[in-house]
Design a protein around this ligand. Structure first.
Ligand code: PLP
Length: 421
């Protein structure tokens, strides 16, 4: 199946006379005929649903659909994108370990990695997204367990050279984790370029309608965790009656381990109702992504030709530093987000944003409706000026997230606001 068809059909195949629309299983628990059958499911939790703190039939459909779209073998939904980032690392790193991350990542992820994981004894070593292989290799230590990067960075829109980061990871026997939130699997499938784990904030384009916060982790099923670097995968898990993840779940050891250890213990799992709403968003994801891309390119061209901006960052523009990389990794389009640095600095940026009438000023991005945000005052407020610059954010930067309104209306809104500056 191709992507539009997968968006509509993957994961759910109604039985004869069954409901056409995936039902909502809003139930904490599941009934079995005997104690023995419950015991059997505990022995092999992939056989049936036990408890909605870590599996649920409605969420399961969504997980299968996203895994299919990404070209992975299994997925696990989480209660937020932050939780997906956190669990993707905790599934590989224990206290005393380190991992490498591209410095160009979402501000919340940056804080999680640099501050909170540090308190847990896990060191994040940052590298420039444009670092060459030698520079990345130089950061690897004997305790380094993973490399992390964001395909198209929020909000600086730098493009990760996935193959380059995957080569360094694999030369060192460690997996590459890619946050693919902005492109979604419709525009880029990182597993095809060597990513081993893909994560998302589903709060963005996947949900698409600004209905609910969520996340997901996808296992490519390709990484060899028996290479000696990951004893937690190859030695019996005493907390789960001696399960050896690479032996007992060789098809997807990463995601089964994440579910049976991390989700079981932390319980940051979406409800059946949340799974249902996310599925509604996913059903139109492929068709929506096409329109976001075409609207954003036209808006970016308008911004560029207006002469009112010092920088118009959109990797679909020929003038953009990442144009060639974007054509390689996102040939169908470069998503709906544009980063702007207006002439006149922070003051002019705020004036421009406050003058918009159709586009709303809100802490969100990748919505169905056009929205804007000033990252230095909001999502990246906790970062110092040095940290802002290190992750590619100018204090005057405006993040413009193009929605699905008619492009003529989006542009006339921009025009009327610019005319007042
Ligand atoms: N990853 C990226 C690229 C994001 O943009 C965000 C949020 O903006 C996150 C992760 C965190 O996701 P959430 O807000 O769903 O926790």
């Amino acid at each position: 199946m191709k992507d539009n068809t997968k968006c509509l059909h993957s994961g759910y195949n109604p039985e004869n006379g069954g409901p056409r629309v995936m039902p909502i299983y809003q139930s904490t628990t599941f009934k079995f005929n005997s104690t023995k059958e419950i015991g059997d499911v505990f022995d092999d939790p992939t056989k049936a649903h036990i408890y909605s703190r870590f599996t649920n039939p409605t969420v399961d459909v969504v997980e299968k659909k996203i895994a299919d779209l990404e070209g992975g073998v299994a997925a696990m939904c989480t209660s937020s994108g932050q939780m997906a980032s956190l669990m993707s690392i905790l599934n590989l790193c224990n206290s005393g370990d380190s991992f490498i991350s591209s410095a160009s990542i979402y501000g919340g992820t940056l804080n999680l990695f640099a501050v909170t994981l540090k308190k847990l004894g896990i060191e994040c070593i940052f590298v420039d997204v444009d670092a060459d292989e030698k520079e990345i290799q130089a950061k690897i230590k004997p305790n380094t367990k993973a490399i992390f990067g964001e395909t198209l960075t929020n909000p600086s829109l730098q493009v990760l050279d996935i193959e380059k980061f995957a080569r360094v990871a694999h030369n060192n026997g460690i997996p590459l984790i890619v946050d693919n939130t902005f492109p979604t699997p419709i525009l880029c499938k990182p597993i095809e370029y060597g990513a081993d784990v893909v994560i998302h904030s589903t709060s963005k384009y996947m949900d698409g309608h600004a209905l609910q916060v969520g996340g997901v982790i996808v296992d490519s099923g390709k990484f060899d965790y028996t290479n000696g670097n990951f004893p937690d995968f190859t030695e019996p898990d005493e907390s789960y009656h001696g399960t050896v993840y690479t032996r007992d779940y060789a098809f997807a050891p990463y995601i089964i381990k994440a579910r049976m250890q991390l989700m079981r213990d932390f319980g940051a799992y979406p409800s059946g109702n949340s799974g249902f709403l996310l599925n509604l968003g996913l059903e139109t994801l492929a068709i929506r992504m096409e329109k976001y891309c075409s609207n954003a390119l036209k808006a970016a061209q308008y911004f560029e030709n207006s002469g009112k901006f010092d920088i118009v960052d959109y990797p679909g523009l020929k003038t953009n530093k990442y144009y060639e990389l974007a054509r390689k990794y996102m040939p169908k389009g470069q998503s709906g987000v544009i980063s702007l640095t207006i002439k006149g600095g922070k003051e002019a940026a705020i004036k421009f944003m406050d003058g918009l009438k159709l586009a709303s000023n809100e802490v969100h991005v990748a919505d169905i409706r056009t929205c804007v945000l000033h990252p230095a005052s909001a999502t990246h407020r906790q970062l110092t000026d040095e940290q802002l610059v290190a992750c590619g954010i100018n204090p005057g930067l405006v993040r413009f997230s193009v929605g699905l309104e008619d492009i003529e209306d989006i542009i006339s809104d921009i025009e009327q606001s610019l005319s007042k500056i």
